[in-house]
Design a binder for this molecule. Structure first.
Ligand SMILES: Cc1cc2nc3c(=O)[nH]c(=O)nc-3n(C[C@H](O)[C@H](O)[C@H](O)COP(=O)(O)OP(=O)(O)OC[C@H]3O[C@@H](n4cnc5c(N)ncnc54)[C@H](O)[C@@H]3O)c2cc1C
Length: 383
């Protein structure tokens, strides 16, 4: 049983059936498939991480993205338009060059750009010296980009369903039945289902689900908002992010300019946020792209983020036999979708993590063996 029909739960079910030959799989979803963060995120895909465990995991995921439409026979509209992180000081340029070198040593593509190269690439970006956040240069990952979020959920769902996976919507998990230290069943709004293997992939609700089994997680839930303008002709051809001004921008295939920023900094399970964050994000967008000042904002929305304490994910066995957790994705779980499902399926099928997710354990928090990459995983610098 997999709890949660977001991209991660559906990808897990797909790889369990496809690669591990598991025959009797169901995915339980309290709402509709892809209605959580999968259908609410800003779709940025990249693998520009500094620390080894994250670099290898996200690069594996990016490689899966590169053939995902063929794999699922479903167009997920993966567009490698590049992801550009802006540097606003000499110090940031220095740290980008260190990160870039580490990426290259791990076989991941990246380029360090100077300001005039950035101005050429993104002509509408204000690269003058007297702005609030002057641009010194940037780190570009050309293989990064975007994908169509709900197509990813639908593609995995259709491919999993074709392999015999049952996807049960409007079915909320309300509790777990244990016998000693072994899970034996799931209580749902539609009755009890017996199962000795349960994978939880519920993003911002991870803490709630784990609590049903008596487990406390090092995860906090916060709202993250995003917004789009009215559609414009194509003017921004790559994803642009700025850690210093807490904002990132992309133009969608529909022409809307899409942007987002930092969390609403209070704990919440509501899929909506407040106006102060929207105002802050819009101000930051306009410092980078003053040319957008008269464009109308069309829509805003929010999702519930599962923030881990070191900014890195958790893909692991739980201390209860037969229970597994996939969570702690912070700002960046969409890009992880294929890699996360692939590793979680391996972990459930073998009752052992794969090398790629061995470090993404719960024990690391107790042991102090953190993978602290908030600058790449849990900070808007990157998304
Ligand atoms: C505004 C915003 C922007 C973002 N931008 C990016 C980005 O640009 N790039 C990126 O990589 N990531 C981004 N993210 C993060 C990304 O969306 C998530 O990390 C990722 O989608 C998590 O996928 P998931 O499948 O784990 O979760 P979800 O898609 O949230 O799926 C979990 C599912 O579990 C279900 N569920 C919860 N509780 C229960 C229960 N009790 N019983 C049954 N089902 C239950 C929910 O209804 C939901 O459908 C962003 C998130 C937001 C909100």
């Amino acid at each position: 049983m997999i709890v949660g029909a977001g991209g991660h739960g559906l990808a897990t079910a797909y790889y369990l059936a496809k690669l591990h030959g598991v025959k009797n799989i169901a995915v339980l979803e309290k709402g509709w498939l892809g209605g959580g963060n999968t259908g609410r995120n800003t779709t940025i895909v990249r693998s520009n991480y500094f620390l080894e465990p994250n670099a290898h995991f996200y690069e594996h995921s990016l490689k899966l993205w590169e053939s995902l439409s063929q794999e699922l026979n479903y167009n997920v509209m993966f567009s490698q338009r590049g992801v550009l992180n802006l540097a606003h000081s000499d110090g940031e340029m220095e740290s980008f060059s260190i990160r870039g070198n580490a990426m290259r040593l791990n076989g991941i593509d990246c380029e360090l750009l100077m300001r005039d190269q950035i101005q050429q690439m993104v002509p509408h970006l204000d690269c003058s010296e007297d702005t609030r956040y002057p641009i010194f240069g940037g780190l570009l990952q050309k293989r990064g980009g975007t994908a169509r979020h709900d197509a990813v959920a639908w593609g995995y769902a259709r491919a999993a369903s074709a392999l015999g996976v049952d996807i049960i919507q409007n079915c909320e998990v309300t509790g777990f039945q244990l016998k000693g230290n072994q899970v034996v069943g799931i209580e749902t709004s539609r009755g009890v289902i017996q199962s000795k293997r349960v994978g939880i992939a519920v993003a911002g609700n991870s803490g709630r689900l784990a609590a049903m089994a008596g487990i406390r997680l090092p995860i906090e839930s916060h709202v993250l908002q995003a917004m789009v303008t009215e559609p414009l002709k194509p003017i921004i051809h790559t994803v642009v992010t700025s850690g210093a001004s807490h904002v990132y921008i992309n133009q969608t295939d529909k022409g809307e300019v899409l942007f987002g920023g930092d969390l609403d900094l209070y704990n919440s399970y509501a899929q909506r946020g407040g106006l102060p964050r929207i105002e802050y994000v819009v101000q930051s967008v306009l410092t980078l792209f003053p040319c957008l000042s008269r464009v109308r904002l069309m829509r805003t929305w929010g999702g519930v983020m599962d923030m881990s304490m070191d900014g890195s994910p958790i893909i692991t066995k739980l201390p209860i036999d037969g229970m597994y957790l996939n969570g702690g994705w912070c700002y960046g779980g969409f890009k992880a979708t294929p890699g996360s499902g692939w590793c979680f399926a391996h972990t459930i099928a073998n009752d052992e993590p794969h090398e790629l997710n061995r470090r993404f354990s719960l024990e690391r928090f107790a042991a102090g063996d953190l993978i602290d990459e908030k600058g790449g995983g849990a900070f808007p610098n990157a998304h």
